[in-house]
Design a protein around this ligand. Structure first.
Ligand code: AN7
Length: 349
């Protein structure tokens, strides 16, 4: 067993001795027939790429293993990032693994508790700012420019290089590319990275077609769709509450070259998808992760798909990151006296 750098070493050049890995990647590509039948029965197959099963519970580990390895190779003793939560969790973990420092800026009160706990337990220096993600990113860009620490936000190209391996894995498992790839969009790094991965495999003849990239932002936080920076982004999907995406331009190229689209889904649509994935297939993702599936529902209802299409939805992060939201959207927990009679009364069986 090894991580993505060893597995795809010809695509991620670095000296073996500098590799910092938690054995990320190789995540399941789960066929989900019940979800397919509920959303769009004419699809040949629907798969979920379970990125929440990476070591820190999100897809960020793919980019972080390579960015931190490169930082270490260059002699860096510290990394820094702004984050809506998952990047900071991964940065903190890989810095701990490498024995270097991590500095993290987060928007106060706007990151899920599980993610905050991760950054803290791994020993990162965490600072909350009274502002949003975009404010935090501006500050860390300045600190990194002064040379105090290596920037590991996705403006660091090594992050996207690592993240493209998820597309490789999908093609390796299927033996071909899907027809459509549905994915949440925040900073728009991941959609850009997947497209890069598909294009590299296509150029090498490992796949003979490429998917349409279908990205989905949250409606209150959809700068790419609305065509303007959103000063005060709002959504329950805190991971993608980003008003000025770092990879804005590159994601437009991914959209256009793939003849795909980037659209928005409402919080209500995101939460519906979030619950469907959990209830119909037994997999628990965080709300933001469900944006791609929410987009699938939206476009299936419009009759967008054709018979025989093969669709992959990336579920970017694990549900346990944000347990409060799961409890909030579920049936109320009932408490009764500890007797058989009382329990049977509530169970109605
Ligand atoms: C679960 O952690 O930006 O479009 O700072 O955590 O590549 O930004 C997280 C983003 C989707 C969006 N799903 O990916 C951060 C951060 C989850 C996420 C995204 C994020 P990009």
């Amino acid at each position: 067993m090894s991580g993505i750098i060893q597995k795809y070493h010809q695509y991620l050049p670095i000296d073996e001795q500098h590799i910092v890995t938690l054995h990320e990647g190789n995540t399941p590509l789960l066929p989900v027939p019940r979800l397919r039948d509920a959303i769009c029965p004419k699809l040949a197959q629907l798969y979920l790429k379970l990125e929440g099963l990476n070591p820190t519970g999100s897809f960020k580990d793919r980019g972080m293993t390579y960015a931190v390895s490169k930082a270490v190779a260059q002699g860096s003793k510290a990394i820094i990032c702004a984050s809506t939560g998952n990047t900071s969790a991964a940065a903190a973990a890989y810095a701990a693994r490498a024995g270097i420092k991590a500095y993290v800026l987060i928007p106060k009160g706007k990151i899920a508790l599980g993610k905050l706990s991760q950054a803290m337990i791994h020993g990162a220096k965490v600072i909350a700012i009274n502002g949003n993600f975009d404010d935090a990113l501006k500050i860390v860009l300045q600190i990194a420019a002064q040379g105090g620490a290596t920037l590991v936000n996705s403006v660091n190209p090594d992050r996207l290089e690592g993240q493209k391996t998820a597309a490789f894995e999908i093609c390796d498992v299927l033996g071909s590319a899907p027809t459509h790839h549905m994915i949440p969009v925040g900073n728009a790094g991941n959609i850009t990275a997947y497209w890069k991965g598909y294009c590299e495999y296509f150029r090498e003849g490992k796949i003979t077609s490429r998917p349409r990239m279908m990205g989905f932002q949250a409606a209150g936080s959809a700068p790419i769709v609305d065509g303007k920076i959103i000063k005060h982004p709002k959504t329950i999907a805190t991971a993608i509450m980003i008003g000025n995406p770092a990879s804005w331009k590159a994601s437009l190229a991914a959209r256009d070259e793939s003849e795909g689209l980037i659209d928005k889904v409402t919080d209500r649509e995101i939460l519906k998808a979030y619950k469907m994935i959990a209830c119909l297939e037994g997999y628990f993702c965080e709300p933001s992760s469900a944006a791609g599936v929410a987009g699938l529902i939206k476009y299936a209802e419009r009759g967008y798909f054709s018979k025989g299409d093969v669709v992959v939805c990336t579920l970017t992060g694990h549900g346990l990151k944000d347990p409060d939201r799961a409890i909030e959207v579920s049936a109320k927990l009932q408490t009764v006296r500890p007797t058989l009679k009382e329990v049977l009364k509530v169970l109605k069986i």
